[in-house]
Design a protein around this ligand. Structure first.
Ligand code: NDP
Ligand code: MG
Length: 385
């Protein structure tokens, strides 16, 4: 039996993970589930999988969670520190699926215990890539990529032949606005942005997919996860989301991983690794799909991808600033305070005006993240006024 914890159990990735766990009750024992504010979802999940411990990040919900789990024997805690402590409970396997840089300290706490971490929380890796990967090495932890592109690359990347890798090609669906003109892009609503054509996901990553910031964050994620240079990373738009990414070798071979757009495939790959397990996903019907199409991404209509590429090339604190400013801008867009095309403007102006010192520790990154948020909030005010 494998013991596991899910950080961000009430989200889209958390729920998909719970679905797989519920189907194999004898294979897994659940240590901790966490959420931020969704008491009902957390309590239900904790009862379903008989978790030992449920943690709610927002302390004001402690009494409600305690009441919802009364008589079950499930331990209840609340608060930011409790989430971080829960991440360090020493489970064999931890799903890191909190959204945003808020997941960074919990991920680090899990890494320090040296178990296996299935990483969905890309913002943690974007903000703190060097520090986080060094901690993985120092503590003998195993990091498995959940993001579908990185999971595909992980399946196709022959580490023993790393010197023979020519390129890593990330596929992008192009999101719901792939074919929209620049004029119309300025007028899209949050409701339209969160309706992804192929994938069902949380609100923040759905907006990132629509702006192509998601692909930019994923380039930075890939840079840290695999032994490649910035120049070896490429993006191609592939609207069907059938090929999840590719690795091209010097001999001309291109290895790809294909599958239905269902996160339960990469999650189950991480759950069973280094073995495989069955997952309840729709099988690929290639004859029905009939055609796979590819096109270059448009960096003019989708400046977020360009900004992320520049931040990756610049290195230092730039990826953390990019991520923090984007989190603030996306939240303001979802609140209808700024328009869709204000997202890249806010990010660009924060990046341009902030010459941060090189972060060397998690404390440095958190300081940089919080200053970038403050500046982004000011930009939002200026745009919204
Ligand atoms: P959701 O918004 O659906 O879920 C986020 C989870 O994090 C919820 O459990 C939420 O709790 C919790 N949470 C939110 N804020 C905080 C906080 N400040 N502190 C602690 N916990 C918090 O997100 P997704 O599941 O879509 O995405 C999770 C991560 O996985 C993101 O980093 C995303 O980029 C990545 N990812 C997601 C994919 C997808 O298909 N959804 C695909 C690839 C990567 P509550 O419900 O109580 O608010
Ligand atoms: Mg992805």
């Amino acid at each position: 039996m494998k013991s596991l914890s899910i950080l961000g159990a009430t989200g889209s990735i958390g729920q998909s993970t719970l679905d797989l766990v519920r189907r194999q009750p004898d294979a897994f024992s659940v240590e901790v589930l966490t959420a931020q504010a969704n008491v009902d979802g957390l309590a239900q999940a904790a009862k379903d999988v008989r978790a030992k411990h449920a943690v709610i990040g927002d302390e004001s919900h402690y009494a409600a969670l305690k009441a919802a789990l009364a008589g079950t024997g499930i331990e209840v805690s609340a608060g930011r520190a409790a989430v971080i402590d829960a991440a360090a409970c020493g489970a064999d396997w931890t799903m890191a699926s909190i959204v945003g840089c808020a997941g960074l300290e919990p991920v680090m706490a899990a890494i320090k215990r040296g178990g296996t971490i299935a990483l969905a929380n890309k913002e943690a890796l974007v903000s703190a890539g060097d520090v986080l990967m060094a901690a993985v090495r120092d503590h003998g932890a195993t990091l498995l990529p959940v993001d579908s592109e990185h999971n595909a690359i992980f399946q196709c990347f022959e580490r023993q032949n790393a010197a023979q890798v020519r390129r890593v090609i990330l596929t992008a669906s192009g999101g719901p606005f792939r074919q929209l003109s620049a004029d119309l892009l300025g007028k899209v609503t949050p409701e339209q942005a969160v309706k992804h054509p192929n994938w069902s996901m949380g609100a923040k990553i759905s907006v990132d997919s629509a702006s192509l910031m998601n692909k930019g964050l994923e380039l930075i994620e890939a840079y840290h996860l695999f032994p490649v240079t910035v120049d070896q990373l490429d993006v191609i738009v592939h609207a069907q989301s059938v090929i999840h990414s590719m690795v091209e070798y010097q001999d001309g071979s291109v290895l790809a991983q294909l599958g239905s757009p269902d996160m339960r495939t990469p999650i189950s790959y991480c759950l069973a690794w280094p073995e495989r397990m069955s997952a309840p996903v729709e099988r690929l019907d290639l004859a029905k799909i009939a055609q796979l199409s590819f096109e270059e991404p448009d960096l003019v209509r989708f400046p977020c991808l360009r900004l992320a590429k520049d931040a990756l090339a610049q290195g230092r604190g730039a990826p953390a600033i990019l991520n923090a400013a984007n989190e603030i801008a996306v939240a303001a867009f979802l609140d209808k305070r700024i328009g869709f095309m204000d997202i890249p403007s806010v990010v660009e102006s924060v990046l341009a005006g902030y010459d941060a010192p090189v972060p060397a520790t998690i404390a440095d990154i958190l300081a940089l993240d919080s200053e970038a948020r403050r500046r982004a909030a000011q930009q939002v005010e200026a745009v919204a006024a």
